[in-house]
Write a protein that binds this ligand. Structure first.
Ligand SMILES: NC(=O)c1ccc[n+]([C@@H]2O[C@H](COP(=O)([O-])OP(=O)(O)OC[C@H]3O[C@@H](n4cnc5c(N)ncnc54)[C@H](OP(=O)(O)O)[C@@H]3O)[C@@H](O)[C@H]2O)c1
Length: 306
């Protein structure tokens, strides 16, 4: 297991201290909020050109303007496959290598079953949207001196169904549970990093997944009922933060910044990181057959957009 000099208390600024990203390009989804916004701020401050993606061009432009600096804003609505394809086409047209692609955007624990493109919305957005983006940009990542894909997974990947991915219930018609479906989507993100690592074999490119920690961001906005009250009330959310060892946003953004930039990880691929160190994921997340099956299924389902 890879051990760094950093721990859960370190911030994105700490882990990138002294790293010069001048001349590098980093593409990030979800830059208008939470961990994505902080990741953009810190990596841009280290000299990187950022391709900042948000659901709409207005949101991406406004985040870029608020931050200032060398940022190219692009619209990428992950739940809309046409939008993701258009986004990846625009990035390809820029004709520059991608030193890092950070698949950060996400939604969590939708209280009721929501469908789009015939699939449950968390799987649709968190997995399928990012699958199109990464698949279409693999060549740009390979063109970099040492390109990296960083997939935002979560400790919640351990809440996935027993079989990992319920291929026969991706529309929720055989039952829906908010956390199980979030866990399934986050397991899919992790398995995609494993598959990308396999695709990148023989090149300098790498792919890894991260759990950022437990951080109060806008991610809990969908949560309703007692969970929503607990998280969205300032007093109880502070207690939850203490109980779960919660982090600040600068600390939460650190692991993805570390995995995207640390020199010592140049040859590390297909791994899972948490608190700026390698961590063992669930058994299902290490199952190459499941990763292969998800890759093939996603390629077949999304072939129109790849
Ligand atoms: N915070 C935590 O404790 C925690 C723990 C484990 C994993 N994570 C993961 O960390 C990542 C970042 O989350 P966060 O905590 O920073 O949450 P956040 O503040 O809610 O940010 C999520 C970002 O994703 C964007 N997004 C959501 N749906 C999208 C869609 N359909 N198309 C494009 N963009 C979309 C949001 O855009 P809008 O603002 O326009 O909706 C926002 O920019 C997520 O992948 C999450 O699963 C977070």
């Amino acid at each position: 297991m890879i051990k760094s000099n950093f721990n859960k208390k370190n911030t994105a600024e700490d882990v990138t201290n002294g790293i010069d990203l001048a001349g590098k390009t980093v593409a990030i989804t979800g830059v208008n909020s939470g961990l994505g916004q902080e990741t953009m701020r810190v990596l841009e401050s280290r000299g990187a050109h950022i391709i900042g993606m948000a659901r709409t061009l207005e949101k991406a432009e406004s985040a870029a303007k608020e931050n200032g600096g060398n940022i190219t804003p692009i619209a990428c609505e992950l739940s809309d496959f046409e939008s993701v394809k258009k986004c990846s086409d625009s990035i390809k047209e820029l004709n520059i290598p991608l030193d890092a692609l950070i698949c950060n955007a996400g939604i969590m624990a939708l209280p009721k079953l929501e469908l789009q493109n015939g699939f449950e919305q968390q799987f649709n957005t968190n997995h399928f949207g990012h699958f199109i983006l990464t698949h279409n940009l693999m060549e740009q990542v390979k063109q970099a001196e040492q390109g990296r894909v960083v997939m935002l997974s979560s400790l919640a990947h351990k809440m996935a169904p027993l079989k990992g991915i319920n291929f026969d219930n991706l529309d929720g018609s055989k039952g829906y549970n908010d956390w199980k479906f979030y866990g399934q989507a986050k397991l899919a993100n992790l398995l995609t990093a494993v598959s990308l690592a396999k695709q990148f074999e023989g090149s300098n490119a790498t792919a890894n997944a991260v759990h950022p920690g437990v951080i109060k961001t806008n991610l809990s906005r969908s949560m309703k009922g007692w969970q929503g009250m607990l998280i969205n009330n300032p007093v109880s959310s502070l207690l939850v933060k203490i109980a779960l060892g919660g982090k600040s946003i600068p600390q939460g953004a650190s692991t993805q910044c570390y995995v995207a930039t640390a020199a010592e990880l140049a040859n590390v691929s297909g791994k899972y990181f948490s608190d700026n160190n390698e961590e063992r994921p669930s058994r299902l997340a290490q199952n190459q057959d499941l990763a292969d099956r998800l890759w093939d299924f996603s390629c077949e389902t999304l072939k129109e957009y790849l």
